[in-house]
Design a protein. Sequence first.
Length: 324
Amino acid sequence: MDNAIIAQHALAQYDINVVSVSPIAQSGAAVFKVEDHQGLLYSLRVHESKISTIEKMWISPDVLDSELVWLDALNRDTGLTVPVPKRNRQGAYVTQVGDMNCTMLSWVTGEQKPYFTNKQEMKSTAVMTAALHQHASKWQPPSSFIRPTVNRARIQNALDLLKQAVREGLLDANDVQILEAAGEKAMALLDTLPKNNLTWGILHGDIIPPNIVYVDGVANSIDFGACGFGFFLSDLAITFCFIHPNTRQQYIDWYGKHFPLPNDYVVQIEALFIAFRLIMMRNALGMPDANNWLPMDVQKSASREFGRYVNGEGFLFLGTPFWE
């Protein structure tokens, strides 16, 4: 079935009087904006990814249910504005239409931007990220809670797919060799890091400008579809893909006022930056237009952050970022 038809079948299983349904986007899922007769807005997600390389675990019912369990806890336990999960008439968070899984959340209104436009937006995002980590450091997930973990296997899978892209002629072998060396170095460090309630837990996993809405300068996170277990500093590493090196220390300082930083946070963030950039590249390989831009993205990354990392040079606060 077409995703729009699936959305209609899914909506029939919720206790709302639908006035309009509008397709918004499709990446990890097809997203529809839904309005009911009271003017309330919802986000209905049909969990079919257009990214062919994304792991199937992300769309399993147990994994999807767990994402909404955490969102429910955040709404219940904190003052953060995050999407509120909605149960269907059977009391379930995951609605099945044939072999397709769907979920529905409240719509978080506010202004979305493709990148950070000022320091206030970055400061508010840093404070919001720290608040998410404060909750995660104390929250005990139920025994049924299942979300993916950032681990060596996922990073290695990304490297394997990048090497396959070399064999297929899409990527340059020398570039990917640098990526592999950096990935191996990052994995070796991450394997040694302690995991405790101040360093490791459930995290958003994709705090970037398109997944933030601002209301009166306050950052509110949306799209928790990539949430999973990992080092809390991962959220900073991912955000830094959108923050220039000369501003990152200020961001870290804002965050550190609200959640403790380990003494070696710089080396940890750099390793996590490398790890998540590899996973992002793996996902990019599955996008329809990857041939048009990914080779240049890989080339710039290899000659900048990844190359400096392999050579033992810091890149977090120095150098030209891969997007310039």
